[in-house]
Write a protein that binds this ligand. Structure first.
Ligand code: ADE
Length: 402
């Protein structure tokens, strides 16, 4: 095994016992990962494979790492977002340490590991066979790399699996974002004007849950089809310039920069709450907010009060970092079960192929997606109908009409 530059860098090892209890607690809600782990332990399909993962370091991630380890992989893990370390320098130190492992497979969440490998550690690229990417933001970055001809190895986009984004992004981000904002502020959602920027799967989930709590939901979008969907789902749709004047709570989930900017802060109501649940802390122009602020003080855990020159106060949550992980515990284990089952099975797919995949960004193979859904349904005690022979034939023929 390659000796990494640092074996581990954990603030307080005395917490290991509590950590183990929490990992076991998450495992109760991860039956698909449990099955895969048992299968991996018997078959050892990843024997000796070096894998470097850059994921949010949570109890759910721990269960994925244990499954990969039991499959025979030698795993190095680092945190996939500076929020997990609260310190950018440590963040990159850990990415470099994970790369020292000389991975044959990379597993990324946001594409910083892949970007660092391609920008700063090119000598290690020769070892890499393939990788996986967890999230929307990472997939967008990797597609841009592939388009520029900069990507040097194939990557499977876990986010594109139906059993990932329909559940993790919608129900996971939906619930945990509301959870994070509630834990940070203890606000009552009922009757509030909640502005959701971005109506992708994450935005849809947050809007649905906010409305479920009695909020009046406003969606802002740039894509016409998504905006139309939001309108027909019953949300108000308008420009952010307009929404900025009426929102009580703002939540960004677009994957893009400066979605909330100076001109929006200029017109926000006194007491407006601002949070981000997109992958990186770039969606809120915090520099502009700070430049406009006469005072800044931390008034509660994860709540910074910005006192503006005209006397209004705006409250920024979790320093603009992913609020569901900054102020709550991220997506619940039951949805990470499916996302991480896709991860584990995608690694198995890469490791057991005879030939290398050509360089590109790939969807998760359909069979893996269906297998994850089948296993999850089985764990929920749900069985479903099967096509009869007649129905199967009907669907595969074109001659029969009315
Ligand atoms: N991303 C969002 N929630 C997560 C969780 N609980 N574990 C790992 N990655 C996550």
């Amino acid at each position: 095994m390659v000796k990494p530059a640092i074996d581990y860098d954990v603030k307080d090892l005395a917490l290991a016992n509590d950590g183990n209890n929490r990992i076991e607690w998450a495992a109760r809600e991860m039956p698909v990962i449990r099955l895969i782990r048992e299968r991996f332990a018997k078959e050892r399909p990843l024997e000796g494979l070096r894998l470097s993962a850059c994921l949010h370091v949570t109890t759910e991630t721990a269960n994925l790492m244990l499954a990969l380890r039991d499959g025979g992989a030698e795993v190095a893990l680092c945190a996939s977002n500076p929020l997990s370390t609260q310190d950018d320098a440590t963040y990159y130190k850990h990415i470099h340490a994970a790369l020292e492992h000389k991975p044959q497979i990379t597993m990324d969440d946001g594409a910083d590991l892949v970007a660092t490998l391609h920008k700063a550690r090119r000598e290690l690229l020769e070892h890499v066979v393939a990788g996986t990417e967890e999230t929307t933001t990472g997939v967008i970055r990797l597609r841009a790399m592939a388009k520029d001809g900069a990507l040097t190895y194939p990557i499977i986009a876990i986010n594109e699996a139906d059993t990932k984004h329909f559940f993790d992004n919608r129900y996971g981000t939906g619930q945990s974002t509301i959870d994070g904002i509630t834990r940070a502020t203890n606000i009552l959602w009922a009757g509030k004007n909640v502005v959701i920027a971005g109506y992708g799967w994450c935005g849809k989930g947050v809007a649905m849950r906010a409305r479920g709590l009695g909020a009046k939901t406003i969606v802002t979008e740039v894509q016409p089809v998504r905006a139309l969907e939001a309108a027909m789902d019953g949300h108000q749709v308008m420009h952010m310039d307009e929404a900025a004047r009426i929102g009580d709570i703002f939540i960004t989930l677009t994957g893009d920069v400066n979605v909330l900017d100076r001109r929006h802060f200029d017109v926000m109501k006194d007491g407006a709450i601002i949070a981000n649940s997109g992958h990186f802390n770039v969606e809120i122009n915090i520099k502009a907010l700070e430049a406009m602020s006469e005072s800044k003080r931390n008034v509660r855990r994860n709540v910074d009060e910005h006192g503006l020159m005209d006397g209004r106060k705006l409250f920024l949550l979790g320093e603009g970092r992913l609020i569901n992980l900054a102020a709550a515990e991220g997506h619940p284990a039951s949805v990470m079960d499916m996302s991480f089952a896709n991860q584990a099975l995608a690694v198995h797919y890469i490791a057991t192929r005879d030939e290398r995949l050509p360089v590109d960004v790939y969807d998760v193979p359909r069979e893996i997606d269906s297998e994850v859904a089948r296993l999850k349904l089985a764990s929920m005690g749900i069985t479903i109908d099967e096509l009869t022979e007649e129905q199967e034939k009907y669907l595969t023929s074109w001659e029969e009409g009315t």
